[in-house]
Write a protein that binds this ligand. Structure first.
Ligand SMILES: Cc1ncc(COP(=O)(O)O)c(C=O)c1O
Length: 375
């Protein structure tokens, strides 16, 4: 096909970025009118909002009552770093990485914390052999590789009788996959992915075994205040009730409360997963009917349903840039060039805040951009 005529129908919302992701359908800043701006986050009204965000997170994700949920500084990176610096070092570590964020955690553990770590990595589009993971060690992994479109298939590979802790960077996975909480000792995410929230804060979910580690082990290295989960020898329980370590953005908190409330209106976690699945399936149909698109993650069992990464036949970085800029100029798709460290390709967010009709409308535009860029 070499038809260079631009398609008639545009996606109603051209926002397909993999983070920050599309806001919830029908979003408007007017929704945030109830944010307690200019008030102390330690006033009753501020603390109530923070607690509401925590409670809604627990309800929608089905987080067990004995797991703690805290809102922490520094987005997902802050939550992962805080967990690694507070908890690692008690036993050897195994690091699993299949794209740039996981590789970043490897760097921290090996070069900054200088821990005894087995490091297993896989190229973009693949994951490591999960059958060889040693759960006597603490294991750090990324559930969904946002920059590679590869993910773990489920949590079955995680040992029930593990001695080590599991650290799950789930920032592009929560609210899109069922999380097997009994297998996860530490889980982290940020709001701007599947919820379409704002970047700012991280969410840290600690299971009982992680809390036990905090209470029984003190790392040999110093911890900055923004990482400290312990206070006067005891767990800082306030963090898990909305008493944040430092000042949060109440605008971002109000925003995520709306996103969580919206999640309830579409059927909660099941509804969110169904929306993401439908989007990924619609994109799968586009790929199947195209002679130039493919999946970076060839194996469907480990293929992301959120950050779907596509190969484009014969395209180098310059051609991908050209396609992305043509689509942006036409307001047909924003921010769909693959991540800078990934092989040249496209990355299209299929999380729950995207409408399936917009993915469907994107198909003809991809054809147009491909043939136009090639010509
Ligand atoms: C898997 C993964 N980990 C960590 C991060 C960093 O998240 P944040 O920017 O919220 O710190 C991202 C961001 O895209 C991510 O996709």
């Amino acid at each position: 096909m070499t038809d260079l005529t631009a398609p008639a129908l545009r996606p109603a919302n051209p926002r397909f970025s993999s983070g920050p992701c599309a806001k919830i359908p029908g979003y408007s800043l007017d929704l945030l009118g109830d944010a307690p701006l200019g008030r102390s986050h330690r006033a009753a009204v501020g603390k109530a909002k923070l607690k509401e965000a925590i409670d809604l997170t627990r309800e929608i994700l089905g987080v067990p009552a004995d797991y703690r949920i805290g809102i922490v500084p520094g987005s997902d990176t802050g939550a992962v770093e805080m967990a690694m610096w507070s908890l690692l070092g008690a036993r050897p570590v195994e690091m699993l990485a299949w794209e740039s964020f996981g590789e970043g955690w490897v760097t921290d553990v090996v070069k900054q914390l200088k821990l005894d770590a087995i490091v297993k990595t896989a190229p973009y589009g693949q994951i490591v052999d999960l059958t060889t993971v040693d759960f006597d060690r603490d294991v750090v992994f990324t559930w969904n590789g946002t920059t590679s479109g590869a993910r773990v298939p489920n949590g079955d590979w995680i040992a029930d009788d593990r001695e080590g802790l599991t650290f799950n960077d789930a920032t592009s996975a929560v609210f899109a996959y069922d999380m097997p909480w009994d297998k996860l000792d530490v889980t982290t995410f940020s709001w701007q992915k599947v919820l379409g929230g704002e970047g700012a804060h991280g969410v840290l979910i600690l299971g009982p075994r992680a809390v036990e580690r905090l209470e029984s082990y003190t790392p040999s290295w110093p911890l900055p205040k923004v990482f400290r989960l312990m206070s006067k020898g005891a767990l800082a329980e306030g963090i898990f009730k909305g008493e944040t370590i430092n000042t949060p953005s109440m605008l971002a908190v109000e925003d995520v409360i709306f996103a969580l409330e919206w999640a309830k209106t579409v059927g909660g976690l099941q509804g969110l997963m169904a929306r993401s699945n439908a989007n990924a399936a619609a994109l799968g149909d586009i790929v199947a009917s195209s002679d130039y698109l493919g999946f970076l993650a060839a194996d469907p069992a480990i293929r992301s349903k959120t950050s779907v990464c596509l190969t484009v036949k014969g395209a180098d970085e310059a051609m991908i840039k050209k396609m992305a800029s043509l689509l942006e100029a036409e307001n047909a798709a924003y921010d769909i060039a693959g991540y800078r460290d990934a092989p040249p390709g496209l990355r299209i967010w299929c999380g729950a805040t995207v409408d399936t009709a917009d993915i469907q409308a994107l198909g003809p535009w991809l054809d147009w951009a491909y043939h136009t860029a090639k010509a």
